[in-house]
Design a protein around this ligand. Structure first.
Ligand SMILES: [Zn+2]
Length: 595
């Protein structure tokens, strides 16, 4: 369903219209914005590496045991609590008891809406009902002492998002009235006003500033003004958003993930409050992250801390820590920020960044096992390997399923005059263009291959524009053909615009030439670099020597056996280079000295 509600409607406080239209408000952009997200269900993945991971995550989270997930909640409520304790962070006396239940519900609701798998909505229904049964007369939703005392806002954010996704995507009618109940039940534990989390040494660690996005969404869903008021109270304006909007670099030293996910609260505040200050906040934060904080993968925050620029700290981090990027959480935060910026600006460079952190971040993590062992930090040094976090069920177990469930949100965006194609991945989009049902089917071997084919099916010939993101790394001029004939295109904010009267069976093809290149770790260490080809970071697989230099890009040759893997001859030895997302158990080296 498309939503035509505008910000002006919203600001007019049309509460009735708001409640009627609430199902489509979750991702509404202001009417003036060039792009908007499609709803879950409009896009499906049909092949390729994103789908392979998506299917494994779908199956893995569907197999989680409901009794085990609910145990800490039932125990706290004095109810029978069968099942083996989850262990790790999730336990009653764990670091953040029951923290990720809402995220597992969100992920399954999103995957269920996308795939139509009835098992997902059935599980979401059971988990919401099971959770609701533990709330008690005070609607207390925290599963243990650390949840109440140390992390109430962090967990409330996940509970609210899970309930809203259950209502909007899985048809769990009761979940809507749980939103204000769970919020009110949390009031004795959450502060009146927001505060920043400076350092990690002293509790409370809680992160009030991640919560406004969910509170605004909860207000839009229920019309409950108390959620709106608390959202405003938790916006980190004075310490963070305002200085960023003014161009001040306040990132160094801050906790990385929570301050990047907080920018989604700025994104939502812009839409709800109509204040363009928040767009400047997001743009400037993005610019600082890209220019000063980022590794080649799009990750940031060694030891979860944003660095001081111009001091060689990224280079140093390669030798002083293995904990370079909190990958599932960080990727989720970066991608959400990129989507807010893409919608607000229509500028493809945010799509470039989104693609980088999806393909080298979320897609490149070690596959979780079935009992709580999860990827957390990615490591970008030499002679290393991918590991699980030592404690079971960390934060990243919650964001991993959300990040992967959202892959379908990253591929296509609705434009005023058609559709923008942001990611090249085998997939199918269905939408209505001026009332006509249209299907776009994309086939490609990308990111390993260079050509993309898009086939249009529509009930009647329809004129609209397809915008194709032209990545900044593209080597040479991209070739675009409609039904085999070259077409001239305008490039608008990094998107090539193909306007056409489309009819069923029309085929559009795109060739994006990829070449190897290197990117230095930071400006003080231009000799230490990562190897990239197109959007992918390449690593040396099973390197013989941790001090080996990067090959010259021209010397890399296609290795026959594995598409995507390249080889270089070094004396009698063949050195192999593969995309970072290929790595499972192998040793690898990412950053190395240039030759
Ligand atoms: Zn995490």
């Amino acid at each position: 369903m498309e939503c035509e509600l505008t910000r002006r409607h919203f600001l007019a406080g049309a509460a009735a219209a708001m409640l009627e239209g609430s199902a489509c408000l979750a991702s509404i952009a202001t009417s003036a914005d060039p792009l908007a997200e499609f709803e879950y269900g409009a896009v499906e993945l049909t092949g390729g590496p994103l789908k392979r991971q998506y299917d494994r995550i779908h199956a893995g989270y569907l197999a989680l045991d409901n009794d085990r997930l609910l145990q800490v909640y039932r125990e706290r409520a004095g109810l029978p609590a069968p099942g083996v304790p989850m262990g790790g962070w999730y336990d009653r006396d764990g670091f953040v008891p029951g923290h990720s239940l809402g995220q597992y519900i969100s992920g399954l609701a999103r995957i269920g809406k996308t795939t139509g798998d009835p098992a997902c909505s059935a599980k979401v229904t059971d988990l919401v009902n099971g959770f609701a049964a533990t709330l008690g007369p005070k609607d207390q939703s925290f599963a243990g002492p650390n949840a109440e005392k140390v992390w109430p806002c962090y967990i409330l954010d996940k509970h609210l998002a899970g309930l809203m996704d259950a209502y909007n995507l899985s048809g769990v009618a009761s979940a809507r009235e749980l939103v204000p109940r769970v919020f009110r039940g949390a009031l004795p534990y959450i502060p009146e006003r927001g505060h920043d989390r400076i350092g990690k040494k002293d509790p409370p660690y809680d992160e009030t500033y991640v919560l406004p996005e969910s509170l605004f969404l909860g207000y839009e869903l229920t019309g409950d003004r108390a959620l709106y008021d608390r959202a405003i109270a938790y916006l980190l304006d004075r310490d963070y958003f305002d200085p960023l909007a003014a161009g001040e670099n306040v990132l160094p030293g801050r906790h990385a993930y929570s301050h990047v996910i907080a920018l989604s609260s700025a994104g939502k505040a812009r839409l709800v409050l109509g204040d363009e200050k928040y767009l400047r906040t997001m743009k400037n934060a993005w610019g600082l992250l890209a220019a000063q904080q980022q590794y080649a993968t799009g990750g940031w925050g060694p030891n979860e801390t944003l660095i001081e620029p111009h001091k060689g700290q990224l280079y140093e981090s390669l030798h002083t820590t293995q904990d370079h990027f909190e990958t599932p959480c960080g990727s989720y935060a970066a991608v959400k920020l990129a989507r807010y910026l893409l919608c607000a600006t229509g500028d493809a460079r945010y799509g470039d960044g989104l693609e980088r952190v999806v393909l080298n971040g979320a897609l490149a993590v070690k596959e979780p096992d079935s009992d709580g062992d999860y990827p957390y930090y990615s490591t970008y040094g030499a002679q290393t390997h991918k590991v699980f976090y030592p404690k079971k069920w960390p934060c990243c177990s919650g964001t991993l399923v959300e990040a992967v469930a959202d892959y379908v949100k990253n591929i296509y965006f609705r434009a005023n005059d058609g559709v923008a194609v942001n990611l090249y991945a085998p997939s199918r989009l269905t939408w209505r263009e001026q009332g006509t049902a249209v299907m776009l089917t994309q086939e490609t071997e990308y990111p390993l291959g260079e050509s993309v084919t898009m086939r249009i099916d529509c009930a009647a010939p329809t004129e609209f524009a397809l915008q194709l993101r032209i990545p900044q790394w593209t080597a040479g001029t991209p070739a675009i053909r409609a039904n085999g004939k070259p077409v001239r295109t305008d490039v608008r904010r990094g998107f090539a615009v193909v306007r056409h009267r489309w009819k069923a069976g029309d085929v559009l093809t795109l060739e994006l030439k990829q070449a190897f290149r290197t990117e230095a770790i930071d400006e003080l260490h231009p000799e230490t670099a990562a190897l990239l080809r197109g959007p992918l970071v390449y690593v040396e697989m099973n390197p013989a020597d941790g001090t080996a230099r990067l090959p010259h890009p021209d010397d890399l040759q296609t290795a026959d056996k594995t598409p995507g893997t390249f080889a270089v001859q070094s004396g009698s030895r063949t050195r192999l280079f593969s995309p970072f997302y290929f790595v499972q158990e192998e040793n690898y080296t990412m950053y190395a000295q240039m030759s």
